[in-house]
Design a protein around this ligand. Structure first.
Ligand code: NCD
Length: 308
């Protein structure tokens, strides 16, 4: 039962619960009218201390499409955080008004801290360079819709694997399914942090490789997950400028990939996918955007314990 629980880390959901969420999201896609009133009289609070377009608006539209309502703020400067209020007091306050909370915060571990004090279910909408479990649900829905399975897939994760919270969450989650192999494609300085590797793979695991060149492995991939170099998490501008264009996916590289490989990206993209790739039928990142709303509808329903 997901009712009343928090979603802070990818480990908060079992494989069975992931399948349940996918089934519900797919039913919502099929018959949205059946769900248009299930959250009547419920309020979602969105606490965004960091910029966001898709995550916040997909949470808000998810709640509105379920017949509920939304309150919140989209930057720390417009909340009492600017006056020095602590995160814990803010969470307790908004949780007194809302039935469920979605929070994004630049500090790693902030969602875990908030979850210890919240009165209502709390969803981590990204905590610094750590985790982003609802982006993973979005990715999973797009994978199941296009590949029909979560198993036996060759998955390439490319770009900023160090600071990319979407990558950390997706890797940890997809490694719970049988037979997946991971190609971790990044410059040496942007490799997956060792703590994420240790928490994801068992000692001696042989289902991953770390490479620097996308061209070396692209022909093997079923899924290519591109990511943006996370400018806001760099300590100095020079490093960012040197690394930002490490990978640019264009038609030439796409011609080296399988006909049924899918390209995912959590967005926003900067330079890492050329606009020319958007019309390639294998580009699924705008489909992902829409799936993000449906899967958040399913998640809100499950955490609130409402049915159709
Ligand atoms: C991602 C994030 O915020 O981590 N965006 C998103 O939620 N769709 C990826 C990013 O900002 O690069």
């Amino acid at each position: 039962m997901l009712k009343g629980r928090n979603l802070v880390s990818p480990d908060d959901l079992s494989v069975e619960e992931l399948y349940e969420l996918m089934d519900l999201a797919r039913d919502i896609i099929k018959s949205p009218d059946d769900y248009s009133n299930v959250c009547k009289n419920k309020i979602l609070g969105t606490l965004f201390f960091e910029p966001s377009t898709r995550t916040r608006l997909s949470f808000e539209s998810a709640m509105l499409r379920l017949g509920g309502q939304v309150i919140g703020f989209s930057e720390a400067a417009s909340s009492s955080t600017a006056k020095g209020e602590s995160l814990i007091d803010t969470i307790r306050t908004v949780g007194s008004y809302a039935d469920i909370l979605a929070m994004r915060n630049p500090k790693e571990g902030s969602a875990m801290l908030a979850s210890e004090y919240t009165y209502v279910p709390l969803i981590n909408a990204g905590d610094g360079g750590h985790y982003h479990p609802t982006q993973t649900l979005t990715d999973l829905l797009t994978i199941i819709e296009n590949k029909g399975t979560f198993e036996n897939l060759n998955i390439g994760l490319c770009g900023d694997l160090k600071f990319g919270r979407t990558v950390h969450s997706l890797l940890k989650t997809m490694n719970k399914f049988k037979g997946n192999k991971f190609y971790l494609i990044s410059p040496d300085e942007l490799r997956i942090p060792s703590y994420v590797m240790e928490l994801t793979f068992e000692d001696g695991a042989d289902n991953f490789v770390e490479v620097e060149r996308l061209e070396e492995v692209i022909h093997d991939l079923d899924i290519l997950y591109m990511t943006r170099v996370q400018k806001e998490r760099f300590f100095n501008e020079a490093d960012y400028v040197r690394l930002k264009d490490s990978y640019i996916l264009g038609p030439e590289k796409m011609s080296m990939a399988k006909d049924d490989m899918i390209v995912l990206h959590p967005l926003p993209r900067v330079n890492e996918i050329e606009v020319a790739v958007d019309s390639d039928p294998r580009a699924k990142y705008f489909e992902q955007v829409k799936n993000g709303m449906y899967v958040r509808m399913a998640l809100i329903m499950k955490l609130l314990g409402v049915c159709k």
